[in-house]
Each structure stands twice: as C-alpha cells, then as structure tokens.
Design a protein around this ligand. Structure first.
Ligand code: PEP
Ligand code: MN
Length: 357
C-alpha cells in the first residue's frame, strides 16, 4: 500500500543527524531533570525516557509507570525540550497523550505483535501525534512495515522508523545483530520515512556506540536514538550501554556526516565500469543457469535427485580459493554461492516437475 508520510515538526530544520537522547528508564524526578538539564542545549532534538519498560524477564525494574509522566512534562516546560516515551498498550497511549507527551515510540517487542500494534493504532485514531516504530525483535521486514501500515490506516501519518537490531541466540559481539540490510531495504520500500538508528540497543555496551553511530551516518540514516544517563553504572536498566551526556556530546562532535550528493564527473566513469561489470556478471550467471538446466534435464532422465550434497560441499569448499588475492571476503563469497546454488536448484526443480517436458 502507498503511504504518504507527513513531516514530524520536531525533526524539521534541525541539525543533522537528528539526536534523540535520554535515559533508558525514567528512574526518579531528580534523575530525569538532571539528565535533561545536562542535555539541554547540546543539540538533542527530543528527550527520551522509558516509563513502562518491557523487560525480557520478570523481576527486573519494570519502569516507574504513569507517575513518571509529569516528570517528562517538566522537561518540556522548564527546559523547552520535546519529550518521547514508549507505549505498548491503549492505556499507555491514553495516559501519555493526556500528559502531553510530544512523540511516542513502539518498542521492538511490541512491533513483533500485530494485536498490540493494532490496539495502539486504534487508541491513536483521531490524534496527530508522531510515532516512531522500532524494528521487531525478529528480522521480519514485513512485520515492521505492517506496523507502519496499521498506524497509517488509523490516520497516524507522522511516522519514523528506529533500527535497533535483531535478537539471536548464542555468544555474540552485539546485543542485537544490526543486519543493516533490513533498514536499507526498509528505506528502499519506504523512501520518505525518516530512519533513525539506536546504536545503544544494537551494541549492548557503550564501547561500540561511536562506531555504530558512524556506520549509521555512512549509511545515510537521518538520526540517532542514544541512551544517556548521568551515572550509567548505577542505571536501573541497560546500565552497560548507557553513556554520560558528556560522552554523547563527544560522539556527536566526532561524527562525520555524509551527503547524498551523487554522480559528479569523478563518479561517472567508475559507475559506468560498475554497470558494465554487472551486465557481464548477469550474462555469466544466465549462462551458468543454462548449463545448470542442462544438468537438470540429465538428472530427470537418469532419475537422480536435484540436490547432490557432495557437489554442493565441493563448490562451497572452493570458496576460499576465490579469496586468495584478498579482494573478496570468504563469508561474502559463501553467501553469493548459497544464492547461486539455491537459484540453480529452483530451476532444476522446475525442470523435474515440468510434466510436459
Ligand atoms: C528502549 O528503548 O529502552 C527499549 C526497551 O528498546 P527496545 O524496544 O529496542 O528493546
Ligand atoms: Mn533500554
């Protein structure tokens, strides 16, 4: 479905990248005011603080609840900073709207649940409040887009996306794997939707926030949502990934902004070469598929299975040979071969199942 998003005023005419910052959780009125005063005037466009915290396991700090809403109102009235909080139910929406919260966001666990997103969308009907939607915890782009559609269908047109990475099992460098191809694909599908990155929840530890933020800039994200606490080590939630207001200023000062300007003369000769090479690659791939279809015919005649594991293992083992000159990354080559092989299998299966043939 076509969606025509409206601009979120707070995001307009602000320094690039757009900065959303504040503590993971609002812990006390004093803590909220301390962090907010340290952030005021430092280029932060929107102050964030979680009031209702979706925790993976019970027994952790689950947020102060609605008593925290007036603290956020104080940030707006005394420091002039617009404020945002997470909502997960219709009741949260009603209470946040009644408190005059400027921007709402839907958390990753909530985006994964269409019933919850629909409940939020219905509760928002008739309002013009901007809503930011985090990616679902699982790397399902349709689910993420579905959440925008539910909100849009309820008349909420001031929307933005927040990429916060995807959960997985086992030892890992990131708390939530960035899988940048998903936000890149989201941008391709919904080009007018502002796209922010939340390096805090991707990283899970403060040391990685600078490099992830720069990566988001390199990929042309519109802004960042970063968790900031005046005393991160003592934070009641996400202590490992929060940074101090000074560290935020330091990071935002170091970020190199990238422009979208394209196709100057310097680029055009390279671009032409790339286009030629792509054409050649595709010509070779279709030649390869033609040979593969020939093999498919033979397999059918001889009653052989399409998938021959030893052959597949052989070609996968050969991947490292193609990387000997150091120009190609072995993991990337493996992924390319997986795609080529699965297309080959698909074409041979079509031959096997073509009863006319
Ligand atoms: C948060 O922003 O504090 C939060 C709970 O994030 P997520 O929904 O991305 O886990
Ligand atoms: Mn958090």
């Amino acid at each position: 479905m076509m969606m025509d998003f409206d601009t979120i005023e707070i995001f307009k005419d602000k320094s690039s990248p757009l900065l959303v910052a504040g503590p993971c959780s609002a812990e006390s009125e004093e803590q909220v005011m301390r962090v907010a005063s340290l952030l005021a005037g430092s280029g932060v466009s929107l102050f964030r603080a979680g009031i209702w915290k979706p925790r993976t396991r019970p027994g952790c700090f689950e947020g102060v609840g609605k008593v925290g809403l007036p603290w956020l109102s104080r940030v707006r009235s005394e420091l002039g900073m617009p404020v945002a909080t997470e909502v997960a139910t219709a009741e949260h929406v009603e209470q946040a709207l009644a408190a005059g919260i400027d921007v709402l966001w839907v958390g990753a666990r909530t985006t994964a649940n269409p019933f919850a997103v629909q409940e939020i969308a219905d509760a928002l009907r008739g309002t013009a409040v901007p809503v930011m939607v985090k990616n679902p915890v699982n790397p399902d782009i349709e689910l993420w887009i579905g959440a925008f559609e539910r909100l849009y269908n309820a008349g909420i047109t001031k929307l933005a996306a927040i990429h916060r990475g995807f959960s997985s099992y086992g030892e890992k460098c990131f708390r939530n794997a960035p899988q940048w191809q998903l936000p890149i694909e989201l941008r391709r599908r919904l080009p007018s939707l502002p796209l922010l990155c939340d390096p805090s929840h991707i990283a899970g530890k403060r040391e990685l926030i600078m490099s992830l933020s720069q990566q988001a800039m390199d990929l042309n994200f519109d802004g960042l949502m970063i968790e900031v606490h005046d005393n991160p080590m003592c934070a009641l939630s996400d202590a490992r990934q929060q940074i101090t207001p000074n560290e935020l200023v330091d990071i935002s000062g170091k970020l190199v902004h990238r422009s979208l300007a394209s196709d100057t003369v310097e680029f055009s000769s390279y671009r032409r070469q790339i286009d030629e090479i792509d054409k050649e690659l595709m010509r070779l791939l279709s030649k390869r598929m033609e040979v593969s279809r020939g093999i498919g015919e033979l397999k059918r005649e001889m009653g052989m299975a399409v998938f021959q594991p030893y052959r597949y293992s052989e070609s996968m083992e050969r991947c490292s040979e193609y990387c000997a000159d150091g120009c190609l990354d072995v993991e990337a080559v493996r992924e390319i071969f997986e795609i080529i092989h699965s297309e080959s299998i698909r074409q041979q299966l079509a031959i096997m199942n073509d009863r006319e043939g």
